[in-house]
Design a protein around this ligand. Structure first.
Ligand code: SAM
Ligand code: DTB
Ligand code: SF4
Length: 375
């Protein structure tokens, strides 16, 4: 059965696919990949953490949640000039897309948002695809981002609706879906994916893919992250996912979402070149390049270059579909104040999040006592 030209997948069908012998699954995914993509092209994207750390949310995987004690360096919102400088360096190194991330729960209609809109406009003018990931956004905010020249909005579902409750208590899954919908209403392309290795089951991974598969249209981009377990976060003790799970997830995503760009995202420092080669064979269309993701390490650029050369991969150009957004200066207009959205806050207790928060509190007290003594 098809809906709007796309196959309607049942969870059982996705499960059958996911559990195929890996060698068969990779072959099938590679065939789909060749049908819709040039298999030699891989997009190089650059992540910029435009506002780091101090986030009010309790995402169990995230080193930027203020309540956990992690050793990352925070920064307030970057200047537009700094963003342009970094985007320019990334372009020199073959990046055709810049993804700007902010450690926010949701966007507020304030001077910081105005500054982000200027960043979007500036990077669009550099002929790079611009993506933002700023937390939850309203429809009006999505329109302003689109008018500033934003190409994609990233908002991950991260896991199944059921498992999401085990990871985050400060916001609900429905709000994630609402934000994706708001981005769609503004005709932004959607980037939404997930993380594997958080202790979820295969059923959760399949359920997340099913949620993407029933979206019309499918998300244009689907990042697959493997958890980077950071000390101080509730998930610090999770062991790394096996490369076979990563390849399996990428291959299944490629088949279920044949038109989407499947992004091999966080977790590459745990993968060798051969493992990554299998991910490209199974349909991965992009990587993040540069030695840092948002806050955690990523492979060195020269190593990636060597990998591209060895495999005969070439960096993909920006706006391959000829769909560069035009800038409309109405993005500078004041927000629509009649738009009142209340994002939810489930507030249930997640034991490991509570524990990490308590440790965080103790570490902060310890640090301030040390600072007092040193004076
Ligand atoms: N605050 C915004 C939000 O949560 O939507 C945007 C930034 S947030 C860091 C973007 C995404 O990074 C998350 O949805 C998650 O998928 C990914 N991420 C964060 N920490 C991660 C980790 N330790 N390992 C893998 N992916 C991670
Ligand atoms: C996505 O799915 N992965 C990227 C991007 N979208 C924003 C972020 C990965 C972050 C990994 C942890 C860190 O470096 O803080
Ligand atoms: Fe905040 Fe985003 Fe990190 Fe969650 S994932 S704590 S919302 S920065």
């Amino acid at each position: 059965m098809e809906k709007q030209g796309l196959k309607v997948w049942s969870k059982e069908e996705i499960s059958t696919l996911y559990h195929k012998p890996l060698i068969e699954l990779i072959f099938e995914a590679a065939k789909v990949h060749r049908k819709y993509n040039d298999p030699r092209e891989v997009q190089i994207s650059k992540l910029l953490s435009i506002k780091t750390d101090g986030c009010p949310e309790d995402c169990g995987y995230c080193p930027q949640a203020a309540r956990y004690h992690t050793n990352i360096e925070g920064n307030s919102l970057m200047s537009v000039d700094e963003v342009v400088k970094l985007a320019d360096q990334a372009k020199e190194m073959g990046s055709s897309r810049v993804c700007m991330g902010a450690a926010w729960r949701n966007v507020k209609d304030d001077a910081d948002f105005d500054q982000v809109l200027e960043m979007v406009k500036s990077v669009n003018k550099m002929d790079m695809e611009v993506c933002c990931t700023l937390g939850m956004i309203t429809e009006n905010q999505a329109h302003r981002l689109a008018d500033a020249g934003l190409y994609a909005y990233n908002h991950n579902l991260d896991s199944s609706e059921e498992y999401y409750k085990e990871i985050i208590s400060t916001r609900g899954y429905q709000d994630r879906l609402q934000t994706i919908d708001n981005a769609r209403k503004a005709k932004l392309t959607v980037c939404s994916g997930g993380i594997i290795g958080m202790g979820e089951s295969d059923v959760d991974r399949i359920s997340m893919l099913h949620t993407f598969s029933i979206m019309r249209p499918h998300p244009e981009s689907v990042p697959i992250n493997s958890l980077v377990a950071v000390e101080g976060t509730p998930l610090e003790e999770q062991s790394p996912v096996s490369i076979w799970d990563m390849v399996r997830m990428i291959a299944t995503t490629r088949i279920v979402l044949p038109h989407s760009s499947v992004r091999l995202s966080a977790g590459r420092t745990n993968m060798n070149d051969e493992g990554q080669a299998l991910c490209f064979l199974a349909g991965a269309n992009s990587i993040f390049a540069g030695d840092k993701l948002l806050t955690t390490p990523n492979p060195e650029f020269n190593g990636d270059l060597e990998l591209f050369n060895n495999l005969g991969l070439v960096p993909m150009k920006a706006y391959k579909k000829g769909d560069k957004p035009e800038i409309n200066d109405r993005y500078k207009e004041k927000p629509n104040t009649s738009e009142k959205i209340k994002w939810s806050r489930p507030g249930h207790k997640i034991a490991r999040n509570e524990e990490a928060k308590q440790v965080g509190k103790e570490k902060k007290i310890e640090a301030s006592q040390k600072a007092c003594k040193a004076k």
